[in-house]
Design a protein around this ligand. Sequence first.
Ligand SMILES: Nc1ncnc2c1ncn2[C@@H]1O[C@H](COP(=O)(O)OP(=O)(O)O)[C@@H](O)[C@H]1O
Length: 197
Amino acid sequence: MKEIILNLRNELRGKLSPQRYEHTISVSFICMALAMKYDSDLDQAELAGLLHDCAKYLGDGEIIKKCQKHGIELTDDERKAPAVLHAKYGAWMAQYKYGIEDSEILDAIRWHTTGRPDMSLLEKIVFIADYIEPRRDKAGDLPVVRSMAFIDLDECVYLILKSTLEYLRGKKCFVDSMSMKAYAYYERIHREKKGEQ
Ligand SMILES: Nc1ncnc2c1ncn2[C@@H]1O[C@H](COP(=O)(O)OP(=O)(O)O)[C@@H](O)[C@H]1O
């Protein structure tokens, strides 16, 4: 196995909780499975999956402080929904702490929680793998979303965003508007495919 992967795994095993580490390994393998299916680069997929939650050992307050310290600007939405910030700070850590220079990997980490309109193939792969990896068991729609992941990536992103927005609204959580923009984008693709306006 590549040395960088082994080193990263050791580093992450020492930082993340055992459950989060298991999730991380699971996501990296599902990223590679999706990369095989959609003819994407396996090394990029593995690295992006491995690092997607690298900031998750920090609490929301600590992440806000780290962002301030490193001059990472926060949007008003991110301040109101700090749970999404591990993705932005994780991309920063991947670049400056783990030496990742590939902007496609950094973007995939950056957008893995909220999604965004018109995601790249690698962004969609990490976004979807985070939701469907085998250790996940909470969402009721997992069987449908899991099979859709290997049929139609855009439709799968649409289903995940729909479900996440319903879940967050049901819990009366503040929703980062990037997910709403992403939902509007993928809902349009969904409607177009169904022949609707
Ligand atoms: N647009 C959003 N606005 C606010 N919170 C969100 C948004 N999208 C996801 N979240 C929440 O952020 C948290 C982290 O999400 P995520 O990174 O997907 O999960 P995990 O860290 O378990 O892999 C979850 O509690 C999720 O519900």
